[in-house]
Design a protein around this ligand. Structure first.
Ligand SMILES: [Zn+2]
Ligand SMILES: [Zn+2]
Length: 299
């Protein structure tokens, strides 16, 4: 089974290829996100901020969850309870029979480093049990829930960033999709843009990836950080592809100052046009932000 490193909001683990983040709900202190394969919903990952002094006792928490679930479905049954470890934390795993043939594996743990509780629901049909059990083993062994740096994987495009970054907005469409990452401390932005149907766009609409960038991406970014003037442009290697690096300035009067760097390329493996933009709050942060570019992967 081929797996890829998935990461979202500080939680990362290995997933089979083709499993994608499809939905997310975020409240101030809790939320969840969902991952599907081509057949069905596979993972729902709940997180909740709980201060260490109120950290839940796992067995009690599991009983509470099961009681809640039973209110919705009387025929629900659980079998077995296994103690395991997730990124050095104690964790509980149980198997829940929903309405036949649907079942789920339920995994929960508390990360005291980030003071967050996690509950994972993993859905499958009874006949898939062996296959799913294998995947869950891989997930459990690869989970990282705390650290100084986090992997972000946005629909297959990934980057590793310091833990202060948060996804503040994103849009996934059949046209231009984007993710806006924001560092709460330094107030720096990193944008990831991509367009599917890259080869078709390059054949019928745009002369080059640069034209696509100017027409589609630059406008969107400008809405948020203000208009930018190009200061220079050169060919570069990016995520294993030949691409273009564009230096831009936010203020027309300071003619030499570069405040923003945009990388643009075409990934023939995924047929996407991609642009990653570094837009720090201060030009002095640019050098530091450029270090993250070597962690970019697009296929
Ligand atoms: Zn942790
Ligand atoms: Zn690529």
């Amino acid at each position: 089974m081929r797996t890829i490193a998935f990461g979202w909001r500080g939680l990362s683990f290995e997933l089979p290829k083709g499993w994608e983040l499809v939905r997310e709900v975020i409240e101030k202190k809790h939320g969840y996100f969902e991952i599907e394969d081509e057949t069905m919903l596979r993972l729902r990952i709940y997180w909740e901020k709980i201060p260490f002094e109120k950290s839940p006792e796992l067995d009690k928490q599991l009983n509470k969850i099961i009681t809640q679930l039973k209110k919705k479905s009387k025929e629900l049954k659980t079998t077995g309870k296994i103690r395991t470890k997730v990124h050095h934390h104690d964790a509980l795993l149980t198997r829940v029979k929903l309405s036949p043939p649907l079942e789920m594996l339920l995994l929960l743990w508390y990360c005291e480093k980030r003071e967050k509780s996690y509950v994972i629901h993993m859905y499958y049909r009874l006949e898939e049990y062996k296959y799913i059990e294998n995947i869950l083993k891989k997930i459990i062994n690869s989970i990282r829930c705390h650290g100084e740096k986090y992997l972000w994987n946005f629909q297959g495009i990934s980057i590793v960033l310091p833990s202060e970054y948060e996804a503040v907005a994103y849009r996934i469409t059949s046209g231009l999709s984007w993710l806006r990452l924001y560092n709460l401390k330094s107030r720096d932005y990193i944008f990831i843009f991509y367009n599917t149907m890259g080869s078709e766009l390059l054949k019928d609409y745009y002369e080059s990836v640069y034209d696509w960038y100017v027409d589609m991406v630059k406008k969107e970014v400008g809405k948020l950080i203000g208009r930018c003037t190009e200061r220079g442009r050169e060919e570069t290697l990016i995520a294993g592809h030949r691409g273009i690096r564009v230096d831009e300035g936010k203020f027309a009067l300071l003619r030499k100052k570069v405040n923003v760097i945009s990388y643009i390329w075409y990934c023939e493996k995924t047929n996407r046009l991609i642009s990653v933009i570094l837009a720090p709050s201060k030009a002095e942060h640019l050098e530091n932000l450029r270090k993250f570019i070597s962690t970019l992967r697009c296929h």
